[in-house]
Design a protein around this ligand. Structure first.
Ligand code: AHR
Length: 534
């Protein structure tokens, strides 16, 4: 089943093509932080970041910094949930170390229970006394038996502890409309009805305030192998009975524009039923059969990864263009609820467990994706990195009672200044990073202004061998002064943080900037992510 699912992706994953990035005035107005390569690439004077203030109008939703935790490998069991009787310090069964780390990055929204798992999950098996819960066979991820001790109550308790909004996905692939309806009633209903009585019986008097509900997941693949038209009809049916304010339809993958077109067309006259359309984008270094090692890679593989990360912008814009066609009022959001790097599992780890190490390369990936989401925040209202703990591009990794914060964690920590801030569109002209006959822009940038008036600029330099010295100008701002700067970098491309060792990759102070009158010059180190606060 999983194999089929993964093969499906293969045809959608185009190889990196040689390309030239051309920024046009129109694109710039749309807040596209594009880089225009020049023939002479190394002249410092050609690197320029222009930050616009007059055309700023969109807010960067904090939900762009969302997380995704699926019943997969050691994400939930072991990574988040150890149970009340575990020797690992926990609060009501949830690991304290992971809880503290996730609080540090201020998780705004958490998606659960899947992923593929969602369309095989029966929520009623995961409520009530734990010793009476029916075990579940995780058919997608390693065929492991789960005892269902982490269910609806435990997940919502976690969200309350994190002060994060929950985002649940109902089972469309193998569940019924009634299951989905009942779950929403169980969780959110104030009235006196069978579902609210059941909830109270299970110890929760007040309903939870759950706004976001996904109607299935990847229903083109693991969520039922449906056609776009069939799913669109099912979506309308499920959504009619799912009484919630914010419902997200399952999307196609990467380049599947037909799915988006069909969904948008078939819901055009039913827009009260749909508030968001899901979009998944994974980067595999080579292809789905050979995804590449998360740690042992060379510069060519570094290049392939970051160039594929960058391609996401174009792909996202293609989906957005279709959405604009059917929803020019911008009522339906694009919800990028799975994204990140997907490498081969670490040696010795089962294929179905998806445990991968996380290096400085992943930090650059996170910065690129988040800059793209920020720059497209007029339509992208939520994103959820895959996944929070021990799976794919994780925030933290655990081993027994140990935990490490990954380079990706630190990018999330660095970027949370953008939460609910006003996006400042950027125009970027920069030198290329070239390897063999392929070139990509060296820089990825986004900027915002928060309510206190501070301007935050986040810049990634993907060139692992060369610092980029750039001028930085802010429209209508005289004599800019930098309040502080921070940087994430390391000595090697594949540096990572390991258990029981001092951290190699984290956030450090950055002083590589000079101001003189209206000029601000920034020296962005090779393979780094920099944040400046003005
Ligand atoms: O994140 C891992 C898997 O990737 C999810 O379960 C699925 O939605 C996607 O194919």
């Amino acid at each position: 089943m999983v194999k089929m699912h993964i093969m499906d992706r293969n045809i959608l994953n185009k190889p990196t093509m040689k390309k030239t990035y051309i920024s046009t005035a129109v694109v710039a107005l749309l807040a596209f932080a594009a880089c225009t390569p020049k023939k002479t690439q190394d002249k410092v004077s050609e690197n320029r970041i222009m930050i616009k203030t007059e055309t700023a109008r969109d807010t960067i939703s904090r939900y762009i910094y969302g997380q995704f935790a699926e019943h997969l490998g050691r994400c939930i069991y072991d990574g988040i949930w150890v149970g009340e009787n575990s020797p690992i310090p926990n609060t009501r069964g949830i690991r304290n170390d992971v809880l503290a780390a996730l609080k540090e990055i201020n998780v705004p929204v958490l998606r659960w229970p899947g992923g593929c798992f969602a369309d095989a999950y029966f929520w009623k098996d995961g409520i009530g006394p734990k010793d009476k819960r029916k075990p579940v066979l995780n058919i997608y991820w390693g065929n492991v038996m789960e005892d269902n001790s982490f269910g609806t109550h435990e997940f919502l308790d976690l969200c309350e502890m994190l002060d994060a909004e929950p985002y649940l996905a109902v089972n469309v692939g193998s569940g019924t409309v009634k299951d989905a309806h009942d779950w929403i009633e169980y969780v959110t209903s104030h009235g006196d009805n069978p579902m609210s009585r059941l909830r109270k019986q299970n110890g929760r008097e007040d309903p939870w305030d759950v706004k976001f509900w996904g109607i299935g997941n990847e229903n083109w693949g693991c969520g039922g192998n449906m056609t776009d038209a069939y799913y669109a009809d099912l979506f309308r049916q499920f959504s009619t009975y799912c009484r919630a304010d914010y419902k997200v339809a399952s999307g196609g993958l990467n380049h599947d524009l037909n799915w988006t077109e069909t969904l948008m067309k078939k819901t055009q006259d039913y827009q009260h039923l749909i508030q968001g359309l899901s979009y998944h984008h994974y980067t595999v270094c080579h292809d789905w059969q050979r995804k590449g090692s998360a740690v042992n890679f060379d510069e060519k593989e570094w290049f392939l990864t970051v160039s594929k990360n960058m391609q996401m912008e174009e792909n996202l814009k293609d989906h957005i263009a279709i959405m604009e066609k059917y929803d020019s009022a911008n009522k339906i959001a694009l919800i990028a609820d799975e994204w990140g790097n997907w490498f081969d599992p670490e040696p010795g780890v089962d294929m179905g467990i998806l445990y991968q190490q996380n290096t400085l390369r992943d930090a650059l990936t996170a910065a690129i994706y988040l800059n793209v989401f920020n720059n497209n925040c007029h339509r992208v209202k939520m994103a959820n990195i895959a996944q929070t703990v021990n799976v794919l591009q994780a925030m933290v990794l655990t081993k027994d009672d140990m935990m490490v914060k990954t380079p990706t964690f630190y990018v999330f920590k660095m970027y949370n200044v953008h939460y609910d801030a006003l996006l400042l569109p950027t125009e970027v002209t920069c030198e290329n990073y070239t390897i063999e006959d392929e070139s990509i822009p060296s820089l990825s940038v986004s900027a915002s202004r928060n309510k206190a008036g501070e301007i935050n600029i986040t810049i990634a330099n993907v060139n692992p061998g060369k610092e980029v010295i750039t001028s930085l100008e802010i429209e209508n701002l005289q004599n800019p002064s930098v309040k502080n700067g921070t940087v994430i970098t390391a000595g090697t491309m594949n540096a990572f943080n390991d258990f029981n060792q001092a951290e190699i990759v984290n956030i450090k102070e950055f002083k590589g900037f000079k101001t003189s009158g209206n000029n601000l010059e920034v020296s962005v180190p090779a393979k780094s992510v920099v944040r400046l606060t003005l």
